[in-house]
Design a protein around this ligand. Structure first.
Ligand code: ZN
Ligand code: ZN
Length: 344
């Protein structure tokens, strides 16, 4: 079967290789991949900016059909439509594993970076990682369960938003557009910020329920937010989803005293950020790393209820043999979300 693989350490070293179909082990499930989302992490692995063990099949955002179940697996059978959590293994013994914060286990190994992932025909995962896709969620929409689970974790596991809040989201990429919908579902008024390069993404934000969209290179967000908030004090909560220094600085201005600052995007380097504002404004600042099992359940519920739409975010679709074209859509920022299918 053809697979998009990181074949060696160092920048580059991604290619399509022919590998053997994997065998299912005890307690595991063999998935026939139907759609797999391209993520920033895959790009970071391409550029050698994220830990991985080569040679490894990339891709961790998987929607699939169960092909086969291993010994000792109950409740799952061939043909079921599913998605899978990404941790292939965690130590199970550390403070984090025991507290249900598996995402923070120092010894976790995830598919698509340390264990073979989903940019191919078949992938093996532990049975406990499987979630059934709701009937109204097809494979394409289902492939975005993983990024949605990450967003749900970011927004809810440390509670960041409350009904009646005015929330500002910077960066209308896939993560920003998912954050918008989760925050909206929590009962906030949502303003999405972008730049000239984001015009079509801002339009998408509006379509997905943003109360206001602002191109910060053309319009003044400060005035709008002052008009929308009690006594013009500023936003109750701000989410940085762009991984852009100017956005992080801007949000620090827009958030009110005693407000909440949530960092979801990655900058990939230290940035200039005025930490004194945490003091003056008594801000609560939180970050977020991947997801926990409970955020998958909530993500699927939001999709089942139609409160979050993932499919409109898909702008490009390729077979794995066209891996370069897919990765390029990310690099040149033409797309929002790119999906890979197994080679036909
Ligand atoms: Zn991802
Ligand atoms: Zn652990």
């Amino acid at each position: 079967m053809k697979a998009i693989m990181k074949v060696a350490l160092g920048a580059g070293n991604v290619e399509v290789r022919d590998i053997d179909e994997p065998q299912v082990g005890d307690g595991q499930v063999k998935l026939r991949v139907k759609a797999a989302g391209l993520c920033g992490t895959d790009l970071h692995i391409l550029k050698d900016e994220f830990k991985y063990i080569p040679p490894v099949v990339l891709g961790h955002e998987v929607a699939a059909e169960i092909a086969e179940v291993g010994k000792g697996v109950s409740g799952l059978e061939a043909g079921m439509r599913v998605t899978t959590e990404t941790y292939f293994a965690s130590c199970g013994q550390c403070r984090y594993c025991r507290s249900g914060q598996v995402n923070l286990c120092l010894n976790r190994r995830s598919i698509g970076s340390r264990v073979n992932g989903g940019f191919t025909n078949y992938v093996i995962v532990p049975a406990q990682n499987i979630h059934l896709l709701p009937e109204n969620v097809d494979f394409q929409a289902g492939a975005l369960t993983e990024p949605l689970a990450c967003v749900v974790h970011a927004v809810t596991n440390t509670p960041t938003v409350f009904p009646g809040d005015v929330a500002v989201i910077a960066g209308p990429g896939a993560i920003g557009l998912l954050t918008l919908q989760v925050v909206k579902a929590a009962g906030a008024t949502v303003i999405v910020l972008g730049t000239n390069a984001d015009e079509h993404r801002l339009a998408m934000a509006k379509q997905l329920g943003a109360d206001h969209i602002v191109n910060v290179q053309k319009e003044n967000a400060e005035q709008l937010i002052a008009d929308l908030t009690v006594e013009g004090l500023g936003a109750d909560v701000v989410y940085e989803c762009a991984g852009a220094e100017p956005a992080a600085q801007h949000l620090l201005k827009l958030v009110r005293r005693r407000g909440r600052y949530v960092q979801i995007g990655l900058f990939g380097r230290p940035i200039g950020w005025d930490v004194d504002q945490l003091v003056y404004k008594e801000l609560v600042a939180t970050g977020t790393n991947a997801s926990v099992p409970s955020s998958w359940i909530r993500a699927l519920q939001l999709m089942a209820e139609g409160k979050v739409q993932t499919k409109p975010l898909i702008t490009h679709q390729f077979e794995v043999t066209d891996w370069k074209k897919g990765f390029d859509t990310f690099e040149d920022k033409t797309g929002i979300k790119t999906i890979f299918y197994p080679a036909s």
